[in-house]
Write a protein that binds this ligand. Structure first.
Ligand code: FAD
Ligand code: FES
Length: 263
C-alpha cells in the first residue's frame, strides 16, 4: 500500500543545468518499494500547482531508508520542485504502480533507455547485478550535454553502450541498433526498456518480431496517479471495437509486458 509521507531532503545535486538528483529520507517507502515503481510528489506546500508530479525511483539505499530520484525541469511543477532546499520536507506518496520490473526468471538481460527514461533503469540494473545476472545496458541521449549517469550505470553492468543521436559523445546513432547487433551475437532472455515513445515502439516491435520477452515502462502523463481520473489509459492488445479494453498506467503499470499493450 502506498503511504503519504513528509520526506526530508537530505541532499540536492545538480547533474546538468536542468537535471537534479534529490536524496530523501523515506524509510516507509524504501522498505517496500521495488525497481520500476514511482512516487508522486507535491512539488510545494502551496495550493498551486495542486496535482502531484510522478517521478521514478532512481535508487534506494534500503539500510539507511534513503530514496533517490532524478528529474528534469520541464514546466511549472518541476521548476518549483527544483527550487526546494536541503533540510526541507517534501510531500511524497509512494511506492506507486503495481507492475514493477520482474527480473527473477531471466539471466541474460538487455536494459535500454533514453532521455529521462534512463532513471528507473538504475535500480533495476543494480538489483539484477546483485543477483549475478548478465546485464548489458544501452542508453541513448540526443547529444553530449544530455548524457548523465555514465559512471553509475557502468558500475551495475557487464557492458554499457552510450549513444548520442548526433555523435557528439560516445557511439553515434540509436541505442536500439547497438542492442540489436549484440543480440544477433548473443541471445538475451529479456529486454527492459524505458524512454521516449518512438524508442519504446521500436523496441517493442523488435522484441515481438524476434519473440524476446520485453518489459516496458510507460511514462504517460498522469493526474491523480491513483486510478481514479482515467488520465493515463493505455489500450491493451486484446482491445477491439466491440470490447474496448484499457489499463491505467498508474495502477496496472507503469511496467507492462510489451506484447500486452498498444503504444
Ligand atoms: C511513471 C512516471 C515516471 C516518471 N519519472 C520521471 C523521472 O524519473 N524523471 C523525470 O524527469 N520525469 C519523470 N516523469 C515525467 C514527469 O512526471 C513530468 O516531466 C512532469 O510531471 C512534468 O511536470 P511539470 O509541471 O514540470 O510540467 P508541465 O507544466 O505539466 O508540462 C511541461 C511539459 O512537459 C510535458 N510533460 C508533462 N508530463 C509529461 C510526462 N509524463 N512525460 C513527458 N512529458 C511530459 C508537457 O507536455 C509539457 O510540454 C515521469 C512520468 C511518469 C508518468
Ligand atoms: S493518473 Fe488518474 S487514473 Fe492514472
Amino acid at each position: 500500500m502506498p503511504v503519504n509521507i513528509k520526506a526530508k531532503l537530505i541532499s540536492k545535486e545538480q547533474l546538468k543545468p536542468d537535471i537534479f538528483k534529490y536524496s530523501v529520507k523515506a524509510d516507509e517507502i524504501t522498505s517496500v518499494a521495488k525497481p520500476g515503481q514511482f512516487i508522486e510528489i507535491r512539488v510545494n506546500n502551496d495550493i498551486e500547482p495542486f496535482l502531484r508530479r510522478p517521478i521514478s525511483i532512481y535508487n534506494m539505499k534500503k539500510e539507511e531508508g534513503i530514496l533517490e530520484f532524478i528529474f528534469q525541469v520541464k514546466g511549472k511543477g518541476t521548476k518549483i520542485l527544483s527550487e526546494r532546499r536541503e533540510g526541507e520536507e517534501i510531500d511524497i506518496v509512494g511506492p506507486l504502480g503495481y507492475g514493477p520490473f520482474k527480473i527473477s526468471n531471466y539471466q541474460n538481460i538487455a536494459v535500454i533507455g533514453g532521455g529521462i527514461g534512463v532513471f528507473p533503469l538504475y535500480e533495476l540494473s543494480k538489483n539484477a547485478k546483485k543477483e549475478n545476472k548478465n546485464v548489458n545496458i544501452y542508453l541513448g541521449f540526443r547529444n553530449k550535454d544530455l548524457v548523465v549517469l555514465e559512471e553509475e550505470f557502468k558500475g551495475v553492468s557487464d557492458k554499457l553502450v552510450i549513444t548520442t543521436d548526433d555523435g557528439s559523445y560516445a557511439e553515434k546513432g540509436f541505442a536500439i541498433d547497438f542492442m540489436k547487433k549484440d543480440i544477433e551475437e548473443k541471445k538475451v532472455d529479456c529486454i527492459f526498456a524505458c524512454g521516449p515513445l518512438p524508442m519504446l515502439k521500436a523496441v517493442r516491435e523488435y522484441a515481438i518480431e524476434n519473440n524476446i520477452p520485453c518489459q516496458i515502462s510507460l511514462e504517460e502523463k498522469m493526474a491523480c496517479g491513483l486510478g481514479v481520473c482515467l488520465g493515463c489509459a493505455v489500450k491493451t492488445t486484446k482491445s477491439s471495437k466491440e470490447n474496448p479494453e484499457y489499463w491505467h498506467v498508474c495502477k496496472a503499470g507503469p511496467v507492462f509486458q510489451a506484447k500486452d499493450v498498444e503504444i
